[in-house]
Design a protein around this ligand. Structure first.
Ligand code: G1P
Ligand code: ZN
Length: 552
């Protein structure tokens, strides 16, 4: 521990020539290119609006850290100095500024902070030519609701000045207690509290027995935030051999990679598991550690199925031994978990895309587990999705069942039937073309009912809207749904996290009961629907792309 105090710093009010008009947060915070964030006063403008809007700033404690990408250190310096100018009593910041999103959520809750600022553009590439982002979480540890982000956006549009102090900010090289004027700065190791929480949730002895029993595993941290966490957990506490954690050192540009754990961007790991027999288990997490991909020997676990498997096997983990209150999934996520929830006799909620919609359900104790098809799974232990939590949960199940990942999937489908599922993304489509395609399809929806589609009949078609069962708030326009008479469906929505042009996401799902053919390739099982939506939405013609950028 080191301690240092700076003399009373100089407060400065910096005037903006003109307010920024483009600081509207998307699905997950304000996400822009690093270059945009480097414009003079750009970050400061957004942070000023956050400090003016977040309740309890005066005298409050804030958690601060990020995924280590380019811009992390500069942003921490600015936010610390602006926090001091706005009267925060304390900022808890992490060594090297490294803090995963779920670990931040835990710290906010544990330390009763007013919220946290997480510097990350999640799974988007980093570096000077990549993306940067600022996410603001509230006192419950979860992403702030739209009412907050809308208010921040409104504030930025007329902002005239921001407050900052001139001071040297403390070194983040080691834990220690410092101050900037009247504000305390506590530098802590961002891994400790998270590891402690995981040890409360899972039976580490059992997992260690599994890992030591000829169970080679590969975890890919993708040179992003989870490296230090995974090394401590998997190689340190759980006895996996050194080297089990790959790409474990966080780098500012993620080693030039795209830190999104899917079959396209984590292909190195995918090839190790799907084309070889060296490893029994594989997993990867994204830039800020909230996403996960689970692989077994020659087996890919679809994230929607992963949520269903965790739900069906939840009681093997000490944290969930007494059963689950309920579960939730985002609308585009497959209904695999619904079938399990039905059998367990628990509620299953369908929310719009984005983790923030799970917050109320978790806070109200209506759900214990939740997840999204976009490689996100989590529980009531924090208010974010949690990549390493999902990895440990899978290891706990494997430790109990002592079979392969593929066996778990086969048995699951035999019991519950299989939801064939795939998402096709068309990235960086010209914005006008994407919106034109979306608007056209939306206008066609009322007339689609009763029409033929991929050998079935369309039974309903709408734009999904959600009424929050806890606070009654209504969220509209959450994705175009084409529902078929056999329970299959296609969903089309535009991404709210992309930074280049527009991204069209098409979600395809078709259910086969346990008596049906459970062993098809999803692309084959869904082929008819893929062709039908491509024709109906004029995908190729309007995007100029003859195939998706990413298929998961
Ligand atoms: C994407 C995912 C969504 C997830 C979000 C943040 O948002 O689809 O499920 O919550 O990233 O990780 P989108 O780009 O689709 O708006
Ligand atoms: Zn993420």
């Amino acid at each position: 521990m080191t301690a240092s105090a700076s003399a009373e710093p100089t407060h400065t009010l910096v005037r903006l020539d003109a307010p920024f008009t483009d600081q509207k947060p998307g699905t997950s915070g304000l996400r822009k290119s690093s270059r945009q964030f480097e414009q003079p006063h750009y970050l400061e403008s957004f942070v000023e609006a956050v400090f003016r809007t977040l309740p309890g700033v005066q005298g409050g404690t804030l958690v601060l850290g990020g995924d280590g990408r380019y811009g992390n250190a500069r942003a921490i310096d600015i936010i610390l100095r602006m926090g001091a100018a706005h009267g925060l009593s304390k900022v808890i910041v992490t060594t090297a500024g490294i803090l995963s999103t779920p670990a931040a959520s835990n710290l906010i809750r544990k330390r009763q902070a007013i919220g946290g600022i997480i510097l990350s553009a999640s799974h988007n590439p980093g570096g000077a030519e990549g993306d940067f982002g600022v996410k603001v979480n509230g006192a419950n540890g979860g992403p702030t609701p739209a009412s907050f982000t809308d208010a921040v956006f409104e504030c930025t549009k007329t902002l005239e000045q921001y407050a900052i102090v001139e001071a040297r900010t403390p070194s983040l090289d080691a834990p220690g207690k410092h101050s900037i004027g009247a504000m305390d700065v506590e530098v802590i190791d961002g891994v400790d509290d998270f590891v402690e929480l995981m040890q409360e949730l899972f039976d580490f002895d059992r997992i260690r027995d599994l890992i030591r029993s000829d169970f080679p595993l590969a975890f890919d941290a993708m040179h992003a935030v989870t490296g230090p966490y995974a090394r401590r957990l998997l190689e340190g506490l759980l006895g996996a051999p050194a080297g089990s954690v790959r790409h474990g050192t966080p780098l500012e540009n993620f080693g030039g990679g795209h830190p999104d754990p899917n079959l396209t961007y984590a292909h190195e790991l995918a090839e190790l598991l799907l084309d070889g027999d060296e490893y029994r288990f594989g997993a990867a997490c994204d830039g800020d550690g909230d996403r996960n991909m689970i692989l077994g020997q020659r087996c890919f676990v679809n994230p929607s199925d992963s949520l269903a498997v965790l739900t069906a096997n939840a009681t093997v983990a000490p944290a969930y031994a007494n059963g689950l209150a309920g579960v939730a999934r985002s609308m585009p996520t497959s209904a695999a978990v619904d079938v399990v929830a039905k059998e367990l006799g628990i509620d299953c909620f369908e929310t719009p895309t984005g983790w923030k919609f799970f917050g109320n359900l978790l806070d109200a104790g209506k759900i214990t587990l939740c997840g999204e098809e976009s490689f996100g799974t989590g529980s009531n232990h924090v208010r974010e999705k949690d990549g390493l939590w999902a990895v440990l949960f899978w290891l706990q199940i494997l430790a109990e069942r002592r079979c392969s990942v593929a066996d778990i999937m086969t048995e699951h489908w035999k019991r519950f039937g299989r939801h064939y599922y795939s998402r096709h993304d068309y990235e960086a489509v010209a914005s006008e073309a994407a919106h034109g395609l979306y608007d056209r399809l939306e206008s066609m929806l009322p007339d689609l009912v009763g029409q033929a589609f991929a050998g079935r009949t369309i039974s309903a078609a709408d734009n999904f809207s959600y009424t929050d069962p806890v606070d009654g708030s209504v969220t509209t326009g959450q994705g175009l749904r084409i529902l078929l008479d056999d329970g299959s469906r296609v969903v089309l929505r535009l991404s709210g996290t992309g930074t280049k042009g527009a991204t069209i996401r098409i979600y395809l799902e078709s259910y086969v009961p346990s008596s049906g053919d459970l062993n098809q390739d999803p692309q084959t099982a869904l082929a008819g629907m893929i062709t039908a939506i491509n024709d109906l939405a004029e995908l190729e013609q309007r995007t100029g792309m003859d195939k998706p950028t990413v298929i998961t």
